[in-house]
Design a protein around this ligand. Structure first.
Ligand code: ADP
Ligand code: MG
Length: 229
């Protein structure tokens, strides 16, 4: 994997949605560069297009116009298969709702991205165990999501995003569902890992206090991304 500085770039990104007969312009020319190890927060009111932007950056949806360059590859120029492979190697996703598989243990959930990559089960489980210990869940590896608290579930989701040692974590309101104390803890976990592994963080939130823990604060308003709050 290329370790050079700009790991995620978007240029003049536009996204329109068709709503009945109306065209809704959600993103109107977003530019963003994220460097290796950088910690960036995006603030914006509900409906401002934050999730839409993360979907485009993660190659989960296509832009109406503009480019996304992930680890020096233009996402639009890849086949679906190549895009999936790049996403699996370069990115980790954390969502507001954990999206853990209810019938699997924390360990199995965290090992899943490695198994999808084709790693051997015992190797995948060992890596999953290490990262679960790192997020403070070493004693909870065999619990299913239903046996974990909200904060523990979200830490498991963070561990799952990190297990592949991605260049960048894209987190969409990762603590939107948690109380302030638990939310702070999740941020501390992510910041620790950012320091240790130099994983870039792009976190969408509407919590200004949490956003200020990042290096850079951006606001998404009226389809435009700008510096500061
Ligand atoms: P946020 O995450 O900031 O709350 P979203 O990115 O979810 O905002 O949505 C931004 C706008 O785009 C909203 O007005 C939403 O209704 C619209 N939108 C999002 N996804 C779709 C879609 N698939 N089809 C039509 N409109 C959509
Ligand atoms: Mg959203």
């Amino acid at each position: 994997m290329n370790e050079s500085d700009n790991i995620l770039i978007c240029q003049n990104l536009h996204k329109d949605f068709i709503d009945g007969k109306r065209i809704v312009k959600v993103l109107k020319g977003v530019n963003l560069t994220i460097n290796r190890g950088e910690r960036v927060a995006i603030l914006g009111p509900s409906g401002s297009g934050k999730s839409t932007l993360l979907h485009l950056l993660g190659g989960l949806d296509r832009a109406t116009q503009g480019e996304v360059i992930l680890n020096h590859e233009n996402l639009a120029q890849l086949t679906e298969k190549q895009r999936c492979a790049l996403r699996n190697h370069a990115l980790g996703f954390v969502y507001q709702f954990h999206h853990l598989l209810p019938e699997f243990s924390a360990l199995e959930n965290v090992a899943m991205p490695l198994l999808i990559r084709g790693e051997q089960s015992n190797v995948a489980k060992e890596k999953a165990r290490e990262i679960l210990i790192e997020v403070g869940l070493g004693e909870r590896t065999s619990h299913t999501p239903g046996q974990l608290s909200g904060g523990e579930r979200q830490r498991t989701a963070v561990a799952r995003a990190l297990v592949t040692n991605p260049l960048c974590i894209l987190a969409d309101e990762p603590t939107g569902n948690l109380d302030q104390h638990t939310a702070e803890h999740i941020y501390e976990v992510m910041l620790e890992i950012n320091k240790r592994l130099n994983t870039s963080l792009l976190i969408v939130t509407h919590d200004v206090h949490l956003a200020k823990k990042m290096d850079r604060l951006l606001s998404l308003e009226d389809g435009i991304l700008s510096e500061g709050k």
